[in-house]
Ligand binder design. Sequence first.
Ligand SMILES: Nc1nc2c(ncn2[C@@H]2O[C@H](COP(=O)(O)OP(=O)(O)OP(=O)(O)O)[C@@H](O)[C@H]2O)c(=O)[nH]1
Ligand SMILES: [Mg+2]
Length: 642
Amino acid sequence: MHQRSETLRSRFQNIVGVTGSSGHGKTSLVAALRRYGTDLRVSGAGTDRVCGICYSYFRVNEREIGLADLPGRDPQSSVTMTGLAGADLALLTIAADEGVTGQTRSLISILDLLELPRMIVAISKSDLVSDGRLAELGREIRKELHGTAIAAGPIIATSAKTGEGLDRLTATICEFGIGDAVRDARLPFRLSIDRVFSLPGGETTVTGRVLAGELRKGDCVTLSPEGLEVGVLSIHRNGRKASSAQAGDRCGLVIAGTGVSTRTVRRGHAMMAAELHAPSRRFDMSFRPAKDADPVPCNGIPVKVHCQAGEVAGRLTRDQSTHAGAGFARLVLDTPIAAFAGDRILIRHLRDSRLLGAGRVLDIPSARRRQRPGERERRLFLLSGLDPVTALTAYLGDTGGWVDCHAWFRAHGWGRADAEQAVKRLNLTVLDTGRLQAVLHPNDWELLAGEILSKLDRVHVERQDLPGLGLEKLRRSISFRMPGPVFNAAIDRLERQGCARRHGSWLRRPWFRALLPAETCAILADIAPLMAGLDGRLPPRVRDLARMAGMPVDTLRRALRAAALRGDVDEIARDHFLLRATVLHLADIARALAAATPDGFTVRTFCDRTGTSRKVAIAVLEYLDAKEVTRRDGNLRRVSDR
Ligand SMILES: Nc1nc2c(ncn2[C@@H]2O[C@H](COP(=O)(O)OP(=O)(O)OP(=O)(O)O)[C@@H](O)[C@H]2O)c(=O)[nH]1
Ligand SMILES: [Mg+2]
């Protein structure tokens, strides 16, 4: 799915969200723009509709422009949010005869909060008033915009009736490049769904904007948050069949898959490359309160959340502290959504829908991982100002901790391959647990390894009777906090480097042998000839061994367990001990058999080769499986891949 295409920039669609008070001439302006000028050509069927939003497309100066004509009735509705979430720039229409209305003010506060990178104000119906009134209205609008994020937007007087200002308006729209709603075309595919319907034949069809990557007809992608696998049967772009759609395109897709229907797929859902599918209920976001809104309390308040085309309920907890002027908040939603870092989020109060504030997703925290005080703020501060690669280096450098690299980059819409490449370029140390890849700064790895090894060295000097350090106790005592699987991966790395060796639940230096009490040594010396095996056969279980040696079973078992902790013998099955040298010899035989029979060898072959009974051979092979020397595959055994 991760495909690179160099030919995309020039054909990116610019989507313009046309909004404004009811009756302020939006639809007329859109119609005029589509007709206006010789360079303007309507392409394809021209329009599609999403819950009252009418999209129309045209091509001008080699650029494809989509106009989203938003209904003016209720500027606070989720329809307006849907239209603006998928837009690169907003076109706010204010009728010259009516001027700024209450609805216009609501829209200005929404646009201010959404921080759409670009906005144009079109004074519509300019033919209805004098030039003097137009100039005065221009000043009034500037005053209204003062202090907002969109204060610098151009104000253009237009008339759909006379065509005044339309050339300047078209040129200004074309000047503006693609907005930040759309990411890199080279990232894995992602699309936000804003409409779902079924065709007369019953096929499920969705429309939406490709936010990143590229989709081809026949591709298989994941529907998030449901996790359904869907196949793309056909792609429509601008009302025409197409073989692919790229980042920035609005398109219609006919999809199919098990469980896929107009009941399971909904507005606000997303389609994405399978590797990106990890919906979450928890998000950390930047937060800016709405102008003139009451202060948002710091305890969780019930909110309505608009993200992309979706709307969900949840709770917002604003951070008490602000870090260098940036405010943060934690969002916990009632149902998971597939949002990514950078996605705009608009927050309203759940009860009365009053606008509370907005921001962007910065991080998708793991529910399982607890962070130290201050760690989260640092992470959010870095993520709010830097790209994910730079932020990762800075974060690891600052906190001296570790990060799940796939989750970190996936939150930004990056795939596994790109994440791994970035980690390689940064030369970070990777601890791979199979489920996650923990990355840390190489200096921190040195510190961690040093701490573990010096603890081992100390215990070997102070407690020579102990087989080393208990792994769980060690994990809890080191200053570097890690969950079990990451710690295990760290120990694996130390073992691979030959600095430490595991023994059951103990860790020791490879050269260390614990001192055994004198009486244990005496018992082991007594049974040494029996342990070496009689007539080439393996030694029996503890009970028989004790009978043969004439000693109590419990005493012998205790002595053998102590020897096992030291690594002299292995307990291959309950109460069945073999010398380590014998186990190594049997492992060599298994490897040789596997090498001679590439399809795998049977228990029978192993019995014949070692002269053991079937029961003992099975116990030995199961022990070797557990130690990952061999791998069982039905009735056959091969050499383990690990
Ligand atoms: N004189 C004049 N009238 C206009 C102009 N543009 C729109 N109108 C009139 O204004 C009225 C409303 O125009 P629409 O384009 O439907 O307005 P709208 O903003 O789309 O309305 P809603 O979708 O209901 O919010 C219509 O009667 C238009 O004829 C213009 O440039 N000059
Ligand atoms: Mg209209």
